[in-house]
Design a protein around this ligand. Structure first.
Ligand code: AMP
Ligand code: MN
Ligand code: MN
Length: 321
């Protein structure tokens, strides 16, 4: 696909959906596409479906127009997914995808095998927002669209810091700046700023973290009862795994929190030696070489054991190579 206009030809209704527990890249790409279609294809009836987006994305125009529930079964002419690595990650919009006349997947996950009719997947690109920008008409990227795209880019590149950041990423960021986006505010308020409680919880996880495998692996964890004590949910825990990764000597950081009894969400970050997407895929998850995740069942002890065993395998294979 060279331009999104190609798939919009003759289309009257479009649905857009992202992945479960949407992050900045997911919200940014879905909203950028929504705002773009709404403005430049006014004859198309477009709807965007996402799990409740966090308040930190309040600066994105028309964020309140996101549908957080599917009220009626609809058969869209076209359903587009953004930042969704696999069909089972769609959650909320799964039924709409199922019944759409045609489907499109725009993504940047290496683990994505292409589950739509048209797949525009670029595994080497840092964010779905960057992939999306590549198929928009650059002259039509206005302040509102640029704000959404920029938000996604900073979230998936750790503010242009991760190795996936390319000269092209920076070029696009420069183009977006030309529209006058409040970039300092977007970075601070949507990425770095934490509530007092969120900082307290991060402090607690760091204080209780464990170093394994000669200090190459660090694990932080949070149990449901402690989350309830602080009154936090999964969306309050962003940034914790990134901070763990910054521990000197560490190759892989693991952060685990309890979704419900015997059910855990696992986040993995690597400094380069270990491909954590392989580890995540092994356990039914997905992601990128340096940032991946999966959901696991069992006791916390089992989850830690199983994950670290896979990481150790990769580290020893590498040593023996
Ligand atoms: P997270 O640790 O949740 O920030 O996720 C890191 C990366 O891994 C993101 O690109 C996610 O899309 C991907 N990811 C996380 N959890 C899963 C999962 N259960 N299945 C597939 N991909 C996942
Ligand atoms: Mn994402
Ligand atoms: Mn992404």
């Amino acid at each position: 696909m060279k331009n999104i206009a190609e798939v919009l030809e003759g289309v009257k209704t479009v649905g857009i959906g992202g992945h479960i527990r949407p992050d900045g890249d997911c919200v940014g790409s879905c909203m950028a596409l929504y705002l773009y279609i709404r403005k430049y294809f006014p004859d198309i009836d477009v709807n965007v479906y996402l799990d409740h987006p966090k308040p930190i994305f309040g600066h994105i125009e028309s964020i309140d127009e996101i549908k957080t529930e599917v009220e009626e079964e609809r058969s869209f002419d076209l359903f587009i997914t953004c930042d969704v690595s696999a069909r089972d990650r769609l959650a909320l919009a799964d039924n709409l995808f199922e019944h759409a006349k045609k489907t499109v997947c725009i993504d940047h996950h290496v683990s994505n095998s292409g589950f739509a009719d048209v797949n525009h997947i670029r595994g080497e690109v840092s964010s779905c927002c960057e992939v999306l920008y590549g198929i928009l008409d650059p002259d039509k990227v206005d302040l509102a669209v640029a704000t959404a795209v920029y938000t996604g880019m900073i979230h998936d590149t750790g503010v242009f810091q991760y190795s996936s950041t390319s000269p092209e990423t920076m070029r696009i960021a420069g183009e977006l700046m030309k529209t006058g986006i409040p970039f300092s505010r977007i970075i601070d308020e949507s990425f770095y700023q934490k509530t007092y409680i969120q900082n307290q919880v991060m402090g607690r996880v760091l204080a209780e973290s464990i170093l394994l495998q000669n200090g190459t692996c660090i694990i932080g964890y949070l149990r449901k009862k402690d989350m309830d004590f602080y009154g936090v949910t999964g969306s309050d825990l962003d940034g914790i795994v990134s901070q763990l990764r910054l521990t000197r000597g560490v190759e892989v950081a693991i952060f685990i929190y309890e979704l419900e009894t015997q059910s855990f969400k696992v986040s993995l970050r690597s400094n380069g030696r270990v491909d954590v997407s392989k580890v995540a895929v092994f356990f039914g998850g997905g992601g990128h070489t340096r940032a991946a995740g999966c959901d696991l069942q069992g006791s916390m002890y089992d989850v830690i054991n199983n994950i670290t065993a896979e990481i150790e395998k990769q580290l020893t294979e590498e040593e023996n190579a």
